[in-house]
Design a protein. Structure first.
Length: 253
C-alpha cells in the first residue's frame, strides 16, 4: 500500500480542534521533513502536541534531547536501574512503594533496542508517508464518533489499556507493537496531566496501521450524528420503533 492509496479527508468530518497526527518509527533518517531543532528540550508527548499546535511535519532523532522516558520507550536507550526498580514512581507519590511501580515495566510495550533512530510526526492532511500509528485527540463527545468508526465495520470491542505513567508508550508504541486500537485519558496519566498538555475531558485514540484503511472507510460511510443521542425521548422512540418493526417482520418467518 502507498500513501496515495489512502484518503484521510473523512477525518475532516469530525471538525477536530487539533489535527490527527501520523507517526512513523524510522530506522533511517527521514528526508521529507525537517528535524526538531537541536536546542529543543521536551518530552515525547510534548513533541506530539507541538506537531498538533504547529500543524507542520518534523522528525525527532536519537541525537535530540528528550526530557522524559521517550528514548527508552522507543528503544533508543535503556531504562536505568533506578527506574526499573520502581524508585521514581514511589517518590512521585503515584505508588505506595517501589514494587507497585515495578509492575509498569512488565506491561509497557517498548520498541526493540536500536530498532528506531527517528520518529516522524505529521498532520494527517500533510502526510507523505504511511503512518505506523494514526493518533487523534478529541473531547469525549467527538471521541464517541471516532471510537464508533473504529468498530463500525467489525464489531470489535473498545479497549483502553494504560498505566499511571509512561502515557507515550500507550498511545504510540503499544498500538504499533500489538496491532490493537487503544484509547487513553491523558488526565489519568501523570506526565500529560502534570504538563497540562490537553483539556481535562480529552481522549487520545490510536489506530495502528493495520486498521487505518478500515477506520477511514468507516468514518466516511457511517452517520456521525445518531438520532438516539439527541434526547432521551428520541432514544426510546427509535429503539421501541425498531423492536416493533422487527416483531412484525418475525411474523413472516
Amino acid at each position: 500500500m502507498k500513501i496515495s492509496d489512502l484518503d484521510f479527508s473523512p477525518i475532516d468530518r469530525l471538525q477536530l480542534k487539533l489535527p490527527a497526527i501520523g507517526v512513523k518509527f524510522d530506522l533511517f533518517r527521514p528526508t521529507d521533513c525537517p528535524q526538531l531543532p537541536m536546542d529543543a528540550k521536551m518530552s515525547l508527548c510534548e513533541m506530539f502536541r507541538m506537531c498538533q499546535d504547529k500543524q507542520e511535519p518534523f522528525y525527532f532523532g536519537k541525537e535530540n534531547d528528550e526530557t522524559c522516558v521517550g528514548k527508552c520507550v522507543l528503544g533508543m536507550e535503556q531504562f536505568p536501574g533506578s527506574a526499573v526498580s520502581g524508585q521514581i514512581g514511589q517518590r512521585l507519590g503515584v505508588w505506595q512503594d517501589a514494587r507497585g511501580n515495578r509492575n509498569v515495566y512488565r506491561n509497557v510495550k517498548l520498541l526493540a533496542k536500536d530498532s528506531c533512530n527517528f520518529v516522524r510526526f505529521c498532520p494527517s492532511g500533510k502526510l507523505t508517508f504511511l503512518p505506523d500509528v494514526l493518533v487523534l485527540t478529541a473531547p469525549i463527545s467527538t471521541g464517541e464518533k471516532i471510537m464508533r468508526a473504529t468498530t463500525y465495520a467489525t464489531g470489535m470491542p473498545y479497549r483502553s489499556v494504560s498505566t499511571a505513567v509512561m502515557g507515550c508508550s500507550w498511545f504510540l508504541t503499544y498500538p504499533y507493537e500489538t496491532g490493537e486500537i487503544n484509547y487513553i485519558l491523558p488526565g489519568l496519566v501523570h506526565g500529560p496531566h502534570g504538563r497540562h498538555l490537553w483539556e481535562e475531558n480529552t481522549m487520545i485514540i490510536s489506530v495502528p496501521f493495520q486498521w487505518i484503511p478500515t477506520f477511514l472507510a468507516s468514518l466516511e460511510e457511517m452517520p456521525l450524528e445518531l438520532s438516539g443521542h439527541e434526547s432521551k425521548e428520541k432514544y426510546y422512540s427509535e429503539f421501541e420503533g425498531i423492536l416493533a418493526d422487527l416483531a412484525e417482520e418475525m411474523k413472516n418467518i
